[in-house]
Design a protein around this ligand. Structure first.
Ligand SMILES: NC(=O)C1=CN([C@@H]2O[C@H](COP(=O)(O)OP(=O)(O)OC[C@H]3O[C@@H](n4cnc5c(N)ncnc54)[C@H](OP(=O)(O)O)[C@@H]3O)[C@@H](O)[C@H]2O)C=CC1
Length: 290
C-alpha cells in the first residue's frame, strides 16, 4: 500500500508546475533490505526522489513532519513502543493506514512509549486508501477525527489523498463497512470478472483482447455510476425487450448472486469488527485484517 501511495504521489507531483509544486521530501522505510531493494526497483525513474531506508525507523521518524504508517496492524505495537518513538512524533501528524485499528489505540501506543519525557500530543488520523492509488484512482476513506485535527493537518491529509484519487470523510463507526466496500470493489468483484473472461475465451475472444474490452467496460461503469446512475436503473436502461442483456441478467439472478455479494460484504465487515475486539483484548495474537 505504501509504495502505491508513494508512486501515485510522485506521478502527481510530476504534473504540477515547478512554482506550484509542494516542496515535499520523501523517505520510505522497510524492515528488510530485500524490500528496500525491491522498492527502489519499483520506483524506477522516481528512485532519486526518495530516500529508501531499511531498519532505520528512528532516523526517519525524527526527521519527518508527517508519518504514513503502512504496516500490518499486528506490527504496530512493536514499532510504536520502541524507546524514542513517542518524543520523535511529538506534535507531528501520523496517518495510519491500518484497517480495523482505532485511532486512540495508535495514539495510546505512541503515548505509552513517551512516558519518560515531556511530550506533546501526536495527531493521528485513520485513512484507508486502495491500491489504485498507484494510478491515482484510489477511493480513499478518511475517518472524521474527534476532536478535529488542526486545520492545517486536515487540509494536508485531504490534498495529499486528492492527488491520488478521490477522498470521502466517514464517521468512525462507518469506517469498517466503508473499508470492506472499497476493498471489495477491487478484490471481490474480480471473481465475476474472471467468469466473464472465461466465457469470452470459450466463445473465441483471445484473453488479452477480452481483458482490454473488460477493463474499459468497467471504467465506463464507474463513470456512469459516478454521474448519478443507480445500478438497477442502469441494468434496466440497457435491457431491450427480447434482447441479450436481459438473458445474461436472468442467468446471474438465478444463482442468487446479489445476496452472495451482500453476504460477502457483511462477512468482511463482521470479520473486521471481530478482529478489532480481539485485538483490544490483552494477549491478542491476531495477524491481519485486510
Ligand atoms: N493492501 C491493501 O489493499 C490495503 C492495506 N491497508 C493497510 O495497509 C497496511 C499495510 O498493508 P500492506 O501494504 O498490504 O502490507 P505489506 O506487508 O505489503 O507492506 C508492509 C510494509 O511495511 C514494512 N514493515 C514491516 N515491519 C516494519 C518495521 N518494523 N519497520 C519498518 N517497516 C516495516 C514492510 O517491510 P518488509 O517487507 O521489509 O517487512 C513492508 O514494506 C495494513 O495495515 C493494511 O491494513 C489499507 C488499505 C488497503
Amino acid at each position: 500500500m505504501g509504495s502505491a501511495i508513494l508512486l501515485g504521489l510522485l506521478d502527481a507531483l510530476d504534473e504540477i508546475k515547478i512554482g506550484d509544486k509542494p516542496t515535499w521530501n520523501f523517505t520510505a522505510c522497510t524492515k528488510t533490505e530485500r524490500s528496500s531493494v525491491a522498492l527502489i526497483e519499483t520506483l524506477g525513474h522516481h528512485a532519486k526522489q526518495v530516500q529508501v531506508l531499511h531498519g532505520q525507523n528512528m532516523e526517519a521518524l525524527r526527521e519527518a513532519d508527517i508519518v504514513i504508517l503502512g504496516v500490518k496492524p499486528y506490527l504496530a505495537k512493536g514499532i510504536l513502543t520502541k524507546p524514542g518513538v513517542g518524543p520523535s512524533l511529538a506534535g507531528k501528524l501520523v496517518i495510519s493506514l491500518m484497517a480495523g485499528v482505532p485511532v486512540d489505540e495508535v495514539q495510546g501506543l505512541i503515548l505509552s512509549a513517551a512516558k519518560e519525557s515531556a511530550h506533546t500530543d501526536t495527531y493521528v488520523v485513520k485513512v484507508i486508501p486502495t491500491i489504485a492509488a498507484r494510478y491515482r484512482q484510489s477511493m480513499t476513506l478518511i475517518e472524521r477525527s474527534s476532536p478535529p485535527l488542526p486545520q492545517h493537518h486536515e487540509d494536508l491529509v485531504t490534498s495529499l489523498f486528492n492527488l491520488i484519487g478521490s477522498v470521502k470523510v466517514l464517521e468512525p463507526d462507518l469506517m469498517d463497512v466503508g473499508s470492506v466496500l472499497v476493498t471489495s470493489c477491487l478484490a471481490t468483484l474480480t471473481v465475476p470478472l474472471d467468469g466473464l473472461l472465461d466465457g469470452s475465451v470459450i466463445e473465441g475472444l483471445p484473453r488479452r483482447d477480452a481483458m482490454e474490452l473488460m477493463s474499459q467496460g468497467i471504467a465506463g461503469l464507474g463513470v456512469l455510476l459516478k454521474h448519478g446512475g443507480h445500478p438497477a436503473m442502469l441494468r434496466e436502461s440497457i435491457s431491450s425487450p427480447r434482447g441479450v442483456t436481459i438473458q445474461t441478467l436472468l442467468s446471474v439472478e438465478r444463482e442468487n448472486t446479489r445476496v452472495t455479494f451482500t453476504d460477502a460484504l457483511l462477512r468482511g465487515t463482521q470479520h473486521l469488527q471481530k478482529m478489532r475486539s480481539k485485538a483490544e483484548a490483552p494477549q491478542s495474537s491476531e495477524k491481519d485484517v485486510l
